[in-house]
Ligand binder design. Structure first.
Ligand code: TRP
Length: 358
């Protein structure tokens, strides 16, 4: 049986380049890797060894991410981040989720009230529906965390404008405020006790990781651990572009999405099919070029054998695109229905969450 090439996507060259350009490392061996890690969707890491060591020795370490409450939708990239948070949580990490209400205010013009309401009504229930254990998670709002804000002022003193431009490409004041606040977020779990921590991100969030690591280096006397990170690939757009974008709605799947609409989008997706049924029966399809296969691999099929069978049947010309799209539709519809139900259920318990109040 041919193994599924973890980089078996037409987009792999982009990620090889990203790793070189940003100086990222391969993912070290991890115990009981999740679907994303096993399949190379988590494609790189930074400084993860101290985290792995803490995991193995059952010493304290943490995992943290932030919620950006700009709209009542999340995307498949958020889903991957939550799944990776849940992985480390399961393996003993102290878990922190913050609501980036200050960032939403300064970078997107969302009021603090709106941001908070949205986070409680939608984002946090969604994160729980996606696998986060609320009982083992500590939450806070940026706007309430004066420790983070005070630290952001200190961090600001360690960064020059030129450096900021080099990391972010631009440097408008709102962005700077949000970025130094995020440095505070990333180090917050260490304010009480120094320990390694990992921030699971999409590659677009790497500037924050690098900036935080630079700040830590310039505060040597504070003895913070530099944050580690793991990086997931993007879920490609259904037309084959590197990343889904809301600006092209018919190629972008949101969470939750209307099951019927999702199906329509899937039916129009780019596949690795051939010019005719006859040719495809003879030569087989190309799963590496297929957005449907990418959806299975990243999101819809948990069982490796089941995924491998689809891969092999496609390559052998046994499984054709029409039938395969129908299958994908069914899985996606089922997924969306369940997700909606799980979000509703989680929403009922938001008053019991462990929020730090300052
Ligand atoms: N900037 C992140 C976003 O746009 C949100 C965020 C704020 C965050 N603080 C964080 C993410 C700390 C990871 C870690 O989604």
């Amino acid at each position: 049986m041919a193994m599924i090439d973890p980089y078996g996507s037409r987009l792999y060259k982009d990620y090889e380049k990203v790793m070189k350009d940003f100086g990222l490392e391969q993912l070290p061996d991890l115990p009981e890797e999740n679907r994303l890690m096993r399949r190379g969707v988590v494609f790189a890491s930074r400084d993860l060894k101290p985290v792995v060591k803490a995991m193995e020795e059952r010493k304290p370490f943490y995992v943290l991410t932030g919620i950006m409450p700009t709209s009542e939708r999340i995307h498949l990239g958020n889903k991957m981040v939550v799944e990776n948070v849940a992985y480390f949580q399961k393996h003993g990490a102290q878990t922190y989720i913050l609501v980036a209400d200050l960032e939403a205010a300064t970078a997107r013009g969302v009021s603090l009230e709106e941001a908070k309401k949205r986070a409680m009504d939608f984002h946090i229930p969604s994160y729980i529906a996606l696998g986060l254990d609320p009982k083992k998670t500590t939450f806070y709002f940026q706007s309430e965390n004066s420790n983070v804000i005070n630290f952001a002022y200190e961090a600001a003193k360690k960064i020059t404008l030129n450096e900021f431009k080099a990391v972010y490409g631009s440097a408008d004041p709102g962005r700077i405020m949000a970025a130094v606040t995020q440095v505070g977020d990333i180090l917050f779990p260490q304010f009480e006790e120094r320990m390694p921590g990992v921030i699971p991100v999409g590659i677009d969030q790497d500037p924050h990781i690098r900036l935080t690591r630079d700040v830590v280096n310039r505060m040597k006397d504070r003895k913070f651990f530099s944050p580690a990170a793991i990086y997931n690939k993007f879920t490609p757009s259904l037309d084959g572009e590197l990343k889904m974008s809301k600006s092209r709605p018919h190629t972008c799947i949101e969470l939750p999405d209307d099951p019927k609409k999702v199906c329509k989008k899937i039916m129009r997706a780019l596949t690795g099919g051939r010019e005719s049924v006859e040719v495809q029966r003879k030569k087989g399809g190309i799963p590496e070029d297929c957005m449907i296969f990418e959806l299975y691999k990243q999101h819809l099929i948990e069982d490796d054998k089941e995924l491998q069978k689809i891969h092999d049947d496609c390559k052998a010309g046994k499984l054709l695109c029409g039938e395969d799209k129908q299958h994908c539709c069914e899985l996606m519809e089922r997924y969306m229905k369940k997700l909606k139900k799980d979000i509703e259920a989680a929403r009922k318990n938001v008053d019991k969450l462990n929020f730090i109040r300052f």
